[in-house]
Design a protein. Sequence first.
Length: 85
Amino acid sequence: MFKRSVLYLSGLLQIVIFLAAVAKPAHAYVDPGSGLLAFQVGGSMLAGALFVLRSKIRKLFGRGSTAKAETENQGTTGTGSGLRG
């Protein structure tokens, strides 16, 4: 088992060295903003996932519905500072 994995790694190393030796220069332009755009998309997806996860955790522990109900009650009762209609 160990001998076989060493042979596979040796073959992989030889292929990598061969590909590095025959690399040709690329005569093309790559916009540096492309990588930043991909980074921004990934960051936005992470921030959105954290926001959704936070709301799910709040609902799980029962904080989401009670906190929302308390803020609605504060605006409509009391000194009359709520909406008048």
